[in-house]
Design a protein around this ligand. Structure first.
Ligand SMILES: Cc1cc2nc3c(=O)[nH]c(=O)nc-3n(C[C@H](O)[C@H](O)[C@H](O)COP(=O)(O)OP(=O)(O)OC[C@H]3O[C@@H](n4cnc5c(N)ncnc54)[C@H](O)[C@@H]3O)c2cc1C
Length: 391
């Protein structure tokens, strides 16, 4: 495999190559799912193009909680298959695919009730660890442990004494999401994919019913050109309904945007060596160690404004501060918040009105010949989504 830089020259070469040939596969969208689809297709020996309207990972794929996880809370929804699949991906990412970017991270789960909660939550994390093993791969993270209150306080001195009667500590993994997505796109380029950022699909080419490529606007030159492809993969996350609108057909599923925000707080504001997972009335909240900072998130509310610029509201910020302060000895204030970022989850429109109850499963559809749509899922399972789309 040759090493390829995603340079201006490489971009110009990729655009010229895409304009001058019929590709096997053109992927729209340079988030983790589109980059993953381009890599999957290129490593199967197909000729591939990947066009991203802004920058790689500029959409949801740079705004996540940066966890590579099975999703402990999906166990409560009895979604064992989904959890096992994600844990298999977690093991693969830590040990084989990206050990330089994905690493284990511990989490403390404070217990508030003495007997039944230790039994209930303990059974949950034991099952979580076991599903990680049953996936047929080494877990890649240590086994969970039970902690007394003072044991938990030794690891997280900032925890308020009356906020817990004991705790569990389990492991998941974390990733630099934007950097990882960029590397997936770059690896696809190294396997021969023509990869271009700042290249927006503004129309789809049709021959009768069939989609035969796309009309692409080069946002650097302002020129529009045609890219012909035997198959077009629409991997545009929360923009799926807009890009599907270019076909002029009703999609087989709809994707709606659910906003989640994170606070970025200096590391010295919370003393401790472990992440925290806290239950909230709607879902869970993570306090995640991130180099010299903590990332605290997330929320779950509908968003119908500009998808390119989701923003946090004062209510979102207060919600996170209130919940994390409930367990901290020294409460955080607005002055401790050094940064805030917001992202939009691409959720398949489902039966439930409450977005946090929707499982994060993905879907692949083939609405017309020549066009494949892939959406939903979560960062952790991008490789499965990519494979399903290319299959
Ligand atoms: C707050 C939050 C926390 C999350 N935390 C986690 C987590 O910890 N772990 C986890 O596994 N998952 C997590 N997720 C989910 C995960 O981040 C997403 O499922 C994943 O990043 C979606 O990737 P994507 O490629 O489908 O979408 P995106 O990353 O949004 O990519 C779509 C791309 O398509 C491009 N595009 C749109 N229209 C066009 C066009 N016309 N032409 C060309 N390009 C176009 C966009 O610019 C964009 O870059 C989280 C999500 C949110 C919002």
């Amino acid at each position: 495999m040759r090493s390829v830089a995603l340079s201006p020259q490489a971009r110009a070469d990729a655009l010229a190559a895409m304009a001058g040939t019929e590709l096997d596969v053109l992927v729209i969208g340079g988030g983790v799912v589109g980059a993953g689809s381009a890599l999957d297709a290129a490593t199967r020996g197909l000729t591939v193009g990947l066009v991203e309207a802004r920058d790689f990972a500029s959409g949801t794929s740079s705004r996540s909680s940066k966890l590579i996880h099975g999703g402990l809370r999906y166990l409560e929804m009895l979604d064992f298959r989904l959890v096992a699949e994600a844990l298999q991906e977690r093991g693969l990412l830590i040990q084989t695919i990206a050990p330089h970017l994905v690493r284990p991270v511990p989490f403390i789960y404070p217990l508030q009730h003495r007997v039944w909660e230790r039994f209930y939550a303990g059974a949950g994390v034991a099952l979580y660890d076991t599903l990680g093993l049953l996936s047929g791969r080494a877990r890649g993270v240590p086994h969970h442990t039970h902690l007394t209150r003072s044991g938990a306080k030794r690891i997280m001195p900032s925890l308020r004494k009356d906020a817990l009667v004991g705790a569990l500590q389990y492991y998941d993994a974390q990733v630099d999401d934007a950097r990882h997505t960029m590397f997936v796109a770059r690896t696809a380029a190294a396997y021969g994919a023509h990869v271009a950022s700042r290249a927006r699909v503004v129309g789809l080419l049709r021959e009768g019913e069939r989609v035969t490529g796309a009309e692409v606007l080069d946002l650097e030159s302002g020129e529009t050109f045609k890219v012909r492809a035997k198959q077009v993969v629409n991997a545009t996350g929360v923009w799926t309904d807009d890009t599907q609108g270019l076909v002029g057909e009703r999609g087989q599923f709809k994707v709606r945007a659910s906003k989640g925000i994170h606070l970025v707080v200096p590391r010295d504001r919370i003393q401790g060596d472990s992440g925290l997972i806290l239950r909230t009335e709607k879902s869970v909240l993570f306090v995640i160690p991130w180099f010299r900072h903590w990332i605290i998130g997330t929320t779950d509310t509908d968003w119908s404004l500009d998808k390119a610029h989701p923003a946090a509201s004062a209510a979102d910020i207060d919600y996170l501060l209130d919940h994390v302060n409930a367990v901290l000895e020294q409460p955080l204030t607005h002055a401790d918040v050094e940064g805030v970022y917001a992202g939009l989850r691409p959720l398949l429109s489902g039966e439930s009105e409450s977005t946090s109850k929707l499982s994060r499963e993905h879907a692949v559809a083939h609405p017309v010949p020549g066009l494949v749509v892939v959406a939903g899922g979560k960062y952790t399972t991008y490789r499965v989504m990519a494979k399903d789309a290319v299959d």
